[in-house]
Design a protein around this ligand. Sequence first.
Ligand SMILES: [Zn+2]
Ligand SMILES: [Zn+2]
Length: 256
Amino acid sequence: MTSSLRMTVIGCSGSYPGPASSASCYLLEAEHAGRTWRVLLDLGNGALGQLQKYSDATAIDGVFLSHLHADHCLDLCGYYVMRKYHPGGALPRIPVWGPVDSARRMAKAYDLDEDPGMNEEFDFIPYEGKPVEIGPFTVTAREVVHPVAAYALRVEVDGRVLAYSGDSGVCPGLEDTARDADVFLCEASFMEGAPNPPDLHLTGAEAGRTATAAGSRKLVLTHIPPWHDPDAVLAEATGQYAGDVALATPGTTYDI
Ligand SMILES: [Zn+2]
Ligand SMILES: [Zn+2]
């Protein structure tokens, strides 16, 4: 691996899986201490299947959930099965960072008793406002505006920065996360001119304005729902941001 931080889009469909993509999931890889470390940002519905195209799904060191909407966390249910009942024996427990209620909510999603729930497979760790480290990755979660507790995630490896919006409206936490990022992976679920509810999602134009305000070096638009035309969302963003803008597509890899 030539780059210090590699991001592969596993799933980028907004709010639900589409014909071309599963819901949200991004694979991050970096070398550290003689091996490749792998973490996931989100594991939304449909993403576990697609992950297996791009990685040994058993070789994930940790998971970061932006929030507990189904399109960001629900395939943790399948991943629990894969790790618990693997024919080679149960796989080691791995950390899953997320909102404070993640362990209970995921147990409920699978209809498990809360004790043990998924706690024997996953070490659920709530975000506490300070950066966390796993292998080469330093991850800072900042609260953003969304109808449930939600976090934008800033991932740093050797000074290289990937910022991920999760789901967010326009807010200071989002802009702080994207500050001077090498790549700002930002949701654009809405389009201008529609009666968009506040504090829920971003339009392409708002994603572009946030990238400009934050000084992000590259903008990758994601979480576009199948009912919108991605090129129209892209055009909104390019009107507000002078840098390079791309549309996330499954299987695309960024060496950051
Ligand atoms: Zn979402
Ligand atoms: Zn959401």
